[in-house]
Design a protein around this ligand. Structure first.
Ligand code: APR
Length: 187
């Protein structure tokens, strides 16, 4: 699985079910009502047990682009960050990209708030919400690199691992292509 280090940040790609990852936090592709439906949320519901939805009920509703955190319930992850990506056809492409970037940056903010060492994100909005996969990869990588740039020179020297966890080979290949372009740009 491709990975690359940028200062104290390691970006990694993984393939599989994000709800099975042993990381500090996984990001859920949530909806504004924080109802754990299908897709990523369905896997979290099935494997995490009822506690996560009970906590979500206390926090709902939230806006598109926002993120809140609950415990990980029975998951190996300590926390679940519930981030709401845009329903693609409800916005102009530009606005949808802005909202997706907000959802990623608001998720990454918990790295500092909860002092996380490892966080995993799915391809937010690229499923039921219809965000074009290649554009999703581009926007999510941009958001991660903006975050790294902003927080790479803080006093903390804690190594932070940011993992993109893709469910199938097609999506993995799309994210891998985007990752390769960015690694080459940097070299
Ligand atoms: N692990 C990692 N990735 C997954 C998993 C999983 N267990 N299940 C699905 N995916 C992938 C999908 O293949 C897609 O690429 O995550 C991406 C996001 O898909 P969705 O989960 O459908 O999320 P999204 O498009 O943001 O739609 C959110 O769908 O499931 C409902 O309750 C959810 O209302 C919310 C909406």
């Amino acid at each position: 699985m491709r990975k690359h280090q940028y200062g104290r940040f390691m970006i990694e790609l993984a393939k599989g079910d994000i709800s099975n990852l042993r990381v500090d936090a996984i990001v859920n592709a949530a909806n504004t009502q924080l109802v754990l439906g299908s897709g990523v949320a369905g896997a979290i519901r099935r494997n995490g047990g009822p506690k996560i939805q009970i906590e979500c009920n206390e926090l709902a509703p939230i806006n598109t682009g926002e993120a809140v955190v609950t415990s990980g319930g029975k998951l190996m992850a300590k926390y679940v960050i519930h981030a709401v990506g845009p329903i693609y056809h409800q916005y102009t492409p530009h606005k949808a990209e802005e909202l997706l970037k907000d959802a990623v940056l608001n998720s990454l903010n918990f790295i500092r708030l909860k002092k996380l060492n490892t966080i995993a994100l799915p391809a937010i909005s690229a499923g039921v919400y219809g965000f074009p996969a290649a554009k999703c990869a581009e926007v999510m990588f941009s958001a991660v690199f903006d975050y790294i740039e902003k927080y790479s020179d803080t006093s903390s020297n804690r190594l932070v691992k940011i993992i993109f966890c893709l469910y199938d080979q097609t999506m993995y290949n799309i994210f891998d292509e985007e990752f390769e372009i960015r690694i080459e740009k940097e070299l």
